[in-house]
Each structure stands twice: as C-alpha cells, then as structure tokens.
Design a protein around this ligand. Structure first.
Ligand code: KIV
Ligand code: NA
Length: 264
C-alpha cells in the first residue's frame, strides 16, 4: 500500500478529491482506520476530553501525546500521522522545538499548533528544522477560556476577514496543512480557495479539502457531549468498519457534512 505523504494530500486538493481524516489514540483503531482507507490520523489533544473525561484539553501534556502517537504509529501502514502540540508546549519557538522533537521521535510526520500570526516564527523555525507544521484556526479549543466557551468563530464580517488574513499569513510562514474548526460554511469555502495547501474542516462546512472528526464522536461514544457538527455513523451501520466506510464515502461524495452539521 502506498503511503500517504504531504505530496499525496496536496495532489488530492489540486484534483478536488476529498481528504478523509479521523483522530486516533491507539494501535487497534489506527489499524482499523488505516485498513478502511482513512488518509490522515491525528493524535488530538481531544484525548483529554474523550479518553480522560475532562471538560477541556488544557491538562494534556506532550508526553501524553507522545505515548499515544507511538501506539498509533504502530498500527498505521498507509495514513499520514499528525500529532497535536498541547497547551503551552509551543509558547516560544525554543519550547516548540524540544516538544516537537519528542512527537516526531514517537512517530508523527507533522505537528499541529493552534493560533494565528503570533506563531509565524515558531512555524518557520520548526519547518527549517525538519518538522512539517499543520495550523489550526477558528475554534481553537486551547483558547476556550479566552473565547468564553466552545463557540462558532468568524461569524461577523470583520472576524471573517481577520481569520482569512491569518490563514494566508500562516501559509506564508510555512504551514503545509490547516485545520479549520467551527466556522460558517461560506468562510470555510473562502479559506479553502485562498490557500494552496490542504484545508481540513471540522464544523467548517462541506467545501473544505477534507474532513476530520473525533473518532469517539463518529462512533457516538463520547464521554461528555456530542457537537452539532459531528455525526454518529455507528448507529446507522451497526458495525465499526462499516461506520468508517460510510464516513469515507459520505465525505468523498460531498454528503458529509450536511447543512444540519454546518453553520450558516
Ligand atoms: O484534538 C483534536 O481532536 C483536534 C481535532 C478536532 C481537529 O484538534
Ligand atoms: Na486538538
């Protein structure tokens, strides 16, 4: 099986073939997702919520992510593996190098950071040192206490323009992929068209280059709460593998997310 690389994902964007992604935290599910043909697996700091049952992602450490990255890497043959950099693990460029090194050594092929223009030096520095970086804009959960809750971002015209400018600035700084979370469908479309790198959406409408879901949400087994933008594929299919197959098919056909999973 040919491994998915950043070149593979870039070609998919260029040929308008949708990219499919899920979070993964262990080898067994990573293997199951990999075998069904999921392109990208993210070891998300969402593990603080879905594995540890906390209210937010703030207590997750780099060692936590590294531990789960090792497991996911063991179960993966084909998919591209991204590891989240947790809260405060990239507060300065220097800090980010030390922590990104741990995640790459654990088996990640890219790291993901949440934030806008303030990250430019960090992104450029990581890339120069051999670490590909994925950005994350919109609802960035590590800033939940700044936002005053998990809220849709970029709703006003000025907020939308600001987010679009940030996305361009991050691409300029060197990110090679972008996760866009919880923004109106129209803004998801504008950002996707404005960038030449793949844009993976979650709650960002149907027009992004790909979709990602938290695996526990996709199976309808999350400990706390199910976001509006997610869909329980297990209840429709009654089988883990079929649920993943259906998710992939729906994303490929542009049938997920529907309007009921999107923000207008
Ligand atoms: O932590 C996570 O699972 C994420 C995805 C929701 C994109 O960052
Ligand atoms: Na995350």
């Amino acid at each position: 099986m040919k491994k998915v690389t950043l070149s593979t994902l870039l070609k998919k964007k260029q040929s308008q073939e949708k990219i499919t992604a899920l979070t993964a935290y262990d080898a067994s599910f990573a293997k199951l997702f990999d075998e069904q043909g999921i392109d990208v697996m993210l070891i998300g700091d969402s593990l603080g919520m879905v594995l540890n049952g906390q209210d937010d992602t703030l207590a997750v450490t780099t060692d936590d992510i590294a531990y789960h990255t090792k497991s996911v890497r063991s179960g993966t043959n084909r998919a591209f593996v991204i590891a989240d950099m947790p809260f405060m693990s990239y507060s300065t460029p220097q800090t980010s190098y030390q922590n990104a090194a741990k995640l790459m050594a654990a088996g990640a092929s890219m790291v993901k950071v949440e934030g806008d223009e303030w990250l430019a030096d960090t992104i450029a520095g990581l890339r120069q040192r051999g670490v590909p970086v994925c950005g994350h804009l919109g609802l960035t959960p590590q800033s939940v206490h700044v936002f005053g809750g998990f809220k849709v971002q970029g709703r006003s015209d000025s907020a939308a323009e600001k987010l679009l400018a940030s996305a361009k600035a991050l691409e300029q700084a060197g990110i090679q992929m972008l996760v866009l979370e919880c923004v109106p469908t129209e803004l998801g479309k504008r950002v996707t068209q404005a960038l030449s790198i793949p844009v993976i959406g979650i709650g960002a409408g149907v027009h992004t280059d790909g979709q990602i879901l938290v695996m526990h949400d996709m199976f309808g087994v999350s400990a706390n709460y199910m976001p509006k933008f997610s869909k329980n594929y297990l209840v429709e299919t009654g089988d883990l593998r079929k649920a993943v197959m259906q998710y992939i098919e729906d994303v490929h056909k542009g049938q997920f997310p529907g309007p009921e999973h999107s923000f207008e």
